[in-house]
Design a protein. Structure first.
Length: 212
């Protein structure tokens, strides 16, 4: 459908006003809100995520595309709410205790939302208990921990251990990421997944939430 392709294109260009207008027009034409989300907004953001991963676009382009996506979602929100929660899964994310860096974490949130996930962003300096408590409260499938400092990486192990202590380790997928991290570190602490960038993290998260 041409209008859905146009929504995707304008989103990729960061044209929030155009996206908002086209989403409204699509609704007026009788296209269901879920279809607009699934075939217009989310594919556009997915393209941006792939281009970011491949170094074809950079943080500013991601941010303006996310703003455009949110403009479209604001129009759809009342209708999506009526239809029930259409999110593909719930993820709790945050930067670990002792670390105040949030740019990488914010990019992960944008990419997760661009895949249709409901994101509970706990911010920075998040303790293991806060991660696990939030996962329990929101019945999240995913906990995603970010760290930029080597001195705070150990907090990720604490989150894995806290999930065990609180009895949810078997039902929560713990993801880790950040500049100093490696797959070997992920394996060492017993986390489930490591991603080198926000777009890859989003792909892993969506695959986990939608697997049979």
């Amino acid at each position: 459908m041409a209008i859905l392709a146009d929504i995707s294109e304008f989103l990729q260009k960061g044209r929030a006003k155009n996206v908002r207008a086209l989403v409204s027009q699509a609704l007026d034409e009788g296209i269901p809100a879920e279809k607009i989300l699934e075939e217009g907004l989310l594919p556009g953001m997915s393209v941006i995520g792939d281009k970011f991963r491949d170094g074809e676009v950079f943080v500013p382009e991601v941010l303006v595309a996310a703003r455009a996506m949110n403009a479209g979602i604001e129009v759809l929100k009342p209708l999506l709410a009526e239809a029930g929660d259409l999110s593909k899964g719930v993820a709790v994310i945050g930067t670990v205790h002792g670390d105040l860096h949030d740019i990488g974490k914010n990019l992960v949130r944008i990419m997760f939302e661009g895949k249709g996930l409901n994101v509970i962003d706990l911010g920075v300096d998040v303790t293991a208990e806060q991660f696990v408590d939030a996962a329990k409260e929101h019945n999240a499938q995913i906990i995603a921990c970010s760290a930029l400092l080597t001195t705070t990486m150990g907090e990720m192990r604490e989150t894995v251990e806290e999930a065990k202590r609180q009895g949810i380790r078997d039902r929560v997928y713990i993801m880790v990421g950040g500049a100093p991290l490696t797959q070997a570190f992920c394996d060492q602490i017993g986390a489930d997944a490591y991603a080198p960038d926000a777009a890859s993290a989003a792909n892993l998260a969506l695959a986990h939430c939608t697997k049979a």
